[in-house]
Write a protein that binds this ligand. Structure first.
Ligand SMILES: [Zn+2]
Length: 291
């Protein structure tokens, strides 16, 4: 693991390490590690209650004398149903994956508190404005560890398997996380090699598919640069036969040169639909070299 002298990066990496340990320690339903037991993690971090409320932000913590109260955003008419779901299954697997991510993110915030104090005391110095932004990123990274610890990926899946959209769907379903959250997880791998290619999630927006998250192996840094969050899949493939352009084919081959004017290599692009949990159509797309 690379070492760093930057104290903030060290803090962030420590939170990430802690989240990895914490995430893999709590066994979920029927002895399975995923979906991870968010409720048990929250209790250990002195979060006394999780409330689902119509908020302007995705979530937040309030500090009380003896711990925290977590708030998670929902629509007014979802409040009771979400509270019941989380009370009946504390992995949160009955909640939408986005809500599980928010809960994990708020748990991650408690890693930046001294929870042995009464009330818990923040250990972050907010005088530097950039710290707040970095803290949010650090909590997102730690959240993705809490939802899917890296040790689990390395135990059950080969690195090359992570370039198979069908396997990605299986992992996302088992871990009860959204497709963009899984891709972000792969982008932030620290202990386990990244799959040798590009892994993306795409979501339907009006009449086209847009990349929502991208994880790229270092060897693909200058390749397929049109593959980026917010861009249309049509920038990558114009072929009308491809499933994401309205056709029936899940797999297409394209040629690309690593350096302009250099020798072209063959790449395979594969798309598979994710679990049909959301109203919008979503797919995993992977790009790898044909060897
Ligand atoms: Zn936050």
């Amino acid at each position: 693991m690379p070492r760093t002298k930057n104290p903030w990066v060290k803090r962030r990496n420590d939170a990430d390490d802690w989240a990895e340990l914490f995430g893999s320690r709590y066994v979920g339903n029927e002895g399975s590690v995923v979906p991870t037991a968010l409720g048990a993690m929250a209790r250990e971090q002195r979060i006394k209650r999780v409330e689902f409320l119509p908020l302007l932000v995705e979530g937040g913590l309030t500090i009380e004398s003896d711990g925290f109260v977590m708030m998670v955003r929902c629509e007014r008419d979802e409040s009771d149903a979400f509270a019941r779901s989380f009370a009946s299954d504390e992995t949160g697997a009955l909640l939408p994956p986005r809500k599980r991510f928010t809960i994990a993110h708020e748990i991650a915030h408690t890693f930046f508190f001294d929870t042995s104090c009464t009330p818990p005391r923040s250990t972050v110095n907010f005088e530097n404005k950039r710290t707040l932004h970095s803290l949010e990123k650090a909590c997102n990274r730690a959240a993705s560890q809490l939802l899917l610890p890296e040790s689990l990926l390395s135990k059950f899946y080969s690195t090359s398997g992570l370039l198979n959209p069908g396997i990605l769907r299986e992992i996302a379903t088992k871990a009860a996380i959204s497709s963009p959250a899984l891709v972000v997880r792969l982008e932030w791998l620290r202990r386990y090699p990244k799959p040798n290619g590009i892994v993306c999630s795409v979501e339907e927006a009006r009449d086209e598919f847009i990349f929502s998250a991208v994880a790229r192996h270092l060897g693909f840094r200058g390749l397929f640069t049109e593959v980026a969050p917010g861009e249309s899949i049509r920038k990558l493939i114009k072929d009308q036969d491809f499933i994401l352009n309205g056709g029936g084919r899940h797999e297409v081959r394209v040629k690309r040169a690593i350096i302009p004017g250099g020798r072209c290599r063959d790449y395979i692009i594969v798309a598979e639909r994710t679990e049909r949990t959301s109203r919008r159509k979503a797919y995993f797309v992977t790009i790898r070299e044909e060897l």
